[in-house]
Design a binder for this molecule. Structure first.
Ligand code: CTP
Length: 417
């Protein structure tokens, strides 16, 4: 394997001193145990690109969990051991530091989770997704600061290429198709020519992967600074079509994503809003198919359904003589995220005005009198009570009740009527 010592200095220049101390401690502890520890994958890529990365992966030629346990004992850091994967995570300041034993992976069939066996660092690097993610830097003993780069990741970093390590890479694990597009757009790199050919050839392999794994990749994209760039590229290459042939991602949708970020609405999680815009044009049948394919959690699935229901009410919301209370009744059953998504996506000005009015004003309007006030006035529990309260709220929404006395007068008038 190619080795270079220059990275001892780089580690110390670029990473914060507390993290460097931690990594040195991990390397020394591993050496005491006659093992070798390395930082690997994304953190090495980002270190060489001088980008911050708070998820640090440490690969150990030895027993990763035992090493993490020893380290956490001496420094009282918070450790979580993932027994089923035989890995451990130490939470140290703002960093999540994962400890994994070096391993090789065998994929028995496309879409399968890999069979794992302990292996050397070199084998571990060669089972990875892209050359730029297949580098390590030694932390232990005389290996401290040495770069391990068996797949020439550094050259690809310099020439800004995303390159797979072997021809079957996307067949083994087609989630790498989404990952590759994510790195390409995040880093402003390009797919190397052969990688791109294989990516396009292997798009059908995405059908072999479980919904949860695809959803995880989409969620990672939604956390990117500019998710729309990844989706747009995925659409042009035909990758998005593997998810659902009716999802489009054109410049109009790119603008929606931009607007969603600019709006920065409190209480509306940005990834939920992205989901709604991402799938906005799907009809009921295709929306349900996507929910089932990706096993979308209940909260997201409900918001998608709300968004669709509102879409079907847009025409009514655009009626020229619509009252505030009618707007309220048309929208009050739906989540704010679904309403905001429609504000962003709707083309018709009048419907947008109604949606905005609801979100900015009507949504929070309350009557002054309450059910208990009416009970005190001698009314009995039952449907009539609700009708009266609804009528009072409608009057308030329409500006016909300004004080408590106005509301009581409305109640009395209704009863007389
Ligand atoms: N990896 C892989 N194939 C996958 C997933 C991950 O080979 N399908 C390897 C890559 O070497 C990657 C490392 O595992 O760098 C860690 O995975 P992950 O944390 O998902 O990637 P990072 O590059 O660390 O993080 P990010 O994508 O957020 O930059």
């Amino acid at each position: 394997m190619q080795r270079e010592r220059e990275f001892a200095e780089k580690l110390e220049q670029i990473l914060p001193p507390r993290l460097v101390d931690f990594l040195k401690r991990a390397g020394e502890k591993a050496a005491e145990r006659n093992e070798q520890a390395y930082i690997v994958g994304g953190v090495v890529r980002d270190l060489l690109l001088c980008i911050d990365n708070f998820d640090i992966d440490i690969t150990v030629e030895g027993n990763a969990v035992a090493l993490a346990r020893e380290l956490s004992r001496s420094a009282f850091d918070r450790i979580t051991v993932h027994k089923q994967f035989n890995t451990a995570t130490i939470k140290f300041d703002q960093w999540n530091i994962d400890f994994v034993t070096a391993r090789s992976e065998i994929y028995e069939y496309p879409g399968a989770l890999p069979k794992i066996t302990p292996a050397s660092l070199e084998e571990d690097l060669k089972r990875r997704d892209f050359t730029i993610n297949a580098m390590a830097i030694g932390l232990s003993g005389k290996n401290y600061g040495e770069l391990y780069d068996p797949c020439n990741g550094k050259t690809d970093l310099q020439s800004r290429n995303i390159r797979i390590l072997h021809e079957k890479s996307f067949v083994d694990d087609s989630t790498r198709i989404w990952r590759g597009l994510r790195y390409e757009q995040r880093l402003g790199f390009q797919m190397e020519q052969r990688t791109l050919e294989l990516l396009i050839r292997d798009i059908p392999m995405l059908d072999t992967v479980s919904g949860e794994r695809i959803r995880y990749e989409i969620e990672c994209i939604l956390k990117e600074k500019y998710p729309e760039r990844v989706f747009s590229r995925a659409f042009r290459l035909g990758v998005l079509g593997s998810l659902n042939t009716f999802i489009k991602f054109d410049t109009r949708k790119e603008e929606w994503f931009l607007r969603a970020r600019e709006m920065n609405c409190p209480n509306v999680p940005s990834d939920l809003l992205y989901w709604l815009l991402f799938t906005y044009e799907l009809d009921m049948e295709n929306r349900e198919k996507l929910i089932a394919r990706l096993h979308l959690p209940k909260q997201i699935a409900q918001a998608l359904r709300d968004c669709h229901a509102i879409k079907e009410r847009l025409e009514m919301l655009a009626a020229p003589d619509i009252t505030n209370s009618q707007i309220y009744r048309l929208l009050c059953a739906y989540s704010p995220s679904a309403i905001i998504a429609n504000i962003i996506a709707v083309e018709e000005d009048e419907s947008r005005k109604a949606l905005n009015l609801y979100i900015e004003k009507l949504k929070n309007v309350k009557a002054i009198i309450s059910g208990s006030d009416l009970l005190k006035m001698g009314f009995e529990q039952g449907p009539q009570l609700k009708e009266l309260l609804d009528a009072v709220l409608d009057a308030r929404l329409n500006g016909k009740a300004l004080t408590k006395e106005d509301e009581i007068a409305i109640v009395k008038k209704m009863l007389a009527g």
